[in-house]
Design a protein. Structure first.
Length: 462
C-alpha cells in the first residue's frame, strides 16, 4: 500500500518514561522482519489477522538469545498510522532492553527511521494533511489540556477544511473569470468580472482575518500567557505565586531559559497556560524585593500579556501603589485586593477611580478566599466570553500565521488592482497567488524541501 518506501523502525515511546517501550516498524516488510525475531511456538505473525496483539518472545535469530518477553501488535495497511503495514513490539524491560529489541529489528532488514518519518509517511501516503502533521508536533509539545484540544482539533482536519473551502471559493472565482475572459463579445463582461473578483477577494480576505484574529490566542495556548505579578513589597506576591503553583502541582515545570538563571514557571489556570515571568515577587526572598527595584518591574510589565496587580487592602494606598498603577496603565490587568482576612484600610472607591474598568478580585492567601474567582477572571479575560467552549479554531502555528498573512496581502493586491482599473488578467495573478499560499498550509501545494524541514522537527519515533 501507499508509495514504494523501505521499511523503517524506531522506538516510539519517549525516552526514559514509563515501564514499557514500543518499537514501531512500518513498511512492506514490517511483518516479515518481525517474524524473523518473534518466537511463540510455531505461530507466525504473517498468519495473524490485522489489528491483533500477540504474546511472545523476541529472539536474536543469529545467537538464539532471548532479548525480551513482548506483546506484538500486527496492523496491516491501510488502516494504520502510516497507511503501511505496521508492527509494534511492546517490551516492558526498560530503555536498555527496548534498545536491544530495536537493534535486532535493524539487524534484520529495517532501517532506523528519521525523526518524524512515520508522520511524514502518513502525510505522503495521504492519510493526513500538512496541518494535521503539524498538529501532531504541537500535541507533543502541548502544555495544557486546552492547548491539547486545539492541537486535536487541527488533527481532525478542521483547519484544513476551512482552508480548503477558501481555496475552493478562489478557484471557482478564477474559473468564472476564465469563462468571462473567453467571451469578451458581451459588453459589460469586463466590469462584471472585476466586480466578481472584488466581491470574492473581499469575502475570502474577511475569512482570513477572522482566522488570524484567533492566532494570538493560539500562540498563547502554545507558549503560555506571559503573566507578571506586580505589587509593592509584602502585599503577598510570593504567596499568590505559591498558591497558584500549589493548585496546579501536576503540570508545574521548570524550563531552563536561554540563560541559566532565567526560570519560567508554567501554571494551568482553567485551561489557560500562564507563563509566570520572573519579576519582583517571583523567586526571590523578601529582602531581595527592594533590591530588584522599579526598573526590573518595568521590564517585566512590558513583556507581560497579563498583569496581576496586587494591593494590601489592610493598609492605605501608598504612593508606590499609585506609581505601579500608572506603570501598568493600558495593559491587561486584574487587580487583587489581598489580605481580606485582615481589617480593611484601603479606600476602594479611590482605587476604583485610578484603575477605571479593570476587574477587581478580593483575595486572601491565608484563607484562599477569592482564588476561584481570580482564576475565572483570568480565563474570562483570555477567552473573552469563550471560556469552556472549544469549537473555535485557533490558528496556532507560526508558519500558518505567516502564510495566512501573505494570502491576505495578496488579496489586498487584488483589491488595489481593481481600484486602479488594472486589467483583469493581471489582477487574477494575485488571486491565484492567494490560492497557492493557502495551499501551502495544507500541503496541497508544497515543495519537497519544506516537507523535509518540517518533519525533521518531530521527535524520533513519531
Ligand atoms: P511579597 O513581598 O509581595 O511577595 O509578599 P509575601 O507573599 O512574601 O507576603 C508578605 C507577608 O504577608 C508574609 O508574611 C505573608 O504570609 C503575608 N500574607 C500574604 N498574603 C496574606 C493574606 O492574604 N493575609 C494575611 N493575613 N497575610 C498574608
Ligand atoms: Zn515576595
Amino acid at each position: 500500500m501507499g508509495m514504494d518506501f523501505d521499511t523503517i523502525a524506531a522506538i516510539s515511546t519517549p525516552p526514559g518514561e514509563g515501564g514499557i517501550g514500543i518499537v514501531r516498524i512500518s513498511g512492506d516488510e514490517a511483518i516479515e522482519i518481525a517474524d524473523k525475531l518473534y518466537s511463540m511456538g510455531k505461530k507466525s505473525l504473517a498468519d495473524q489477522d490485522t489489528h491483533t496483539i500477540h504474546y511472545g518472545k523476541v529472539v536474536n535469530p543469529k545467537t538464539g538469545d532471548i532479548v525480551d518477553e513482548v506483546m506484538v501488535s500486527v496492523m496491516r495497511a491501510p488502516k494504520t498510522y502510516t497507511r503501511e503495514d505496521v508492527v509494534e513490539i511492546n517490551s516492558h524491560g526498560g530503555i536498555l532492553v527496548v534498545n536491544k529489541v530495536l537493534q535486532v529489528v535493524l539487524n534484520n532488514g529495517a532501517r532506523l527511521a528519521e525523526p518524524g518519518e512515520f508522520t511524514k509517511r502518513a502525510f505522503l501516503n495521504g492519510r493526513i494533511d500538512l496541518s494535521q502533521a503539524e498538529a501532531v508536533m504541537d500535541m507533543i509539545r502541548a502544555k495544557t489540556d486546552r492547548a491539547m484540544h486545539v492541537a486535536v482539533d487541527q488533527l481532525d482536519g478542521q483547519m484544513a477544511r476551512l482552508i480548503r473551502d477558501l481555496r475552493q471559493k478562489i478557484l471557482d472565482t478564477l474559473a468564472q473569470v476564465e469563462v468571462n475572459i473567453d467571451y469578451p463579445e458581451y459588453d459589460d463582461v469586463e466590469e462584471m468580472t472585476s466586480q466578481l473578483l472584488e466581491d470574492k477577494a473581499r469575502e475570502v480576505k474577511a475569512d482570513i482575518q477572522k482566522l488570524l484574529e484567533t492566532a494570538q490566542q493560539g500562540k498563547i495556548l502554545r507558549e503560555g500567557l506571559a503573566t507578571a505579578i506586580i505589587g509593592r513589597p509584602n502585599v503577598g506576591k510570593s504567596s499568590l505565586l505559591n498558591t497558584l503553583l500549589r493548585q496546579d502541582k501536576a503540570i508545574v515545570t521548570d524550563v531552563a531559559g536561554t540563560t541559566r538563571d532565567v526560570i519560567e514557571e508554567y501554571v494551568n489556570v482553567k485551561g489557560v497556560p500562564l507563563k509566570l515571568i520572573d519579576t519582583a515577587g517571583i523567586r526571590e526572598t523578601d529582602d531581595e524585593v527592594e533590591k530588584i527595584g522599579v526598573d526590573r518591574s518595568r521590564q517585566a510589565i512590558q513583556q507581560a500579556d497579563l498583569i496581576l496587580l496586587v494591593f494590601n487592602q489592610s493598609e492605605k494606598l501608598t504612593a508606590e501603589d499609585e506609581a505601579l498603577i500608572e506603570a501598568t496603565e493600558g495593559q491587561n490587568r486584574i487587580i487583587l485586593l489581598n489580605k481580606t482576612d485582615l481589617d480593611q484600610q484601603l479606600n476602594v472607591d479611590k482605587l476604583s477611580q485610578l484603575i477605571a474598568n479593570d476587574p477587581i478580585v478580593s483575595t486572601s492567601m491565608m484563607t484562599q478566599a477569592g482564588m476561584d474567582e481570580l482564576q475565572d477572571k483570568i480565563a474570562e479575560l483570555f477567552f473573552s466570553g469563550q471560556t469552556g467552549e472549544r469549537d473555535a479554531t485557533y490558528v496556532s502555528n507560526t508558519r500558518h500565521i505567516a502564510l495566512l498573512e501573505e494570502a491576505e496581502d495578496a488579496l489586498s493586491e487584488v483589491l488595489n488592482g481593481i481600484a486602479l482599473d488594472m486589467p483583469v488578467d493581471l489582477v487574477q495573478i494575485d488571486m491565484r497567488r492567494a490560492w497557492d499560499l493557502l495551499g501551502e498550509i495544507t500541503g496541497d501545494s508544497v515543495q519537497d524541501e519544506l516537507i523535509t524541514k518540517l518533519f525533521s522537527q518531530f521527535c524520533l519515533g513519531k
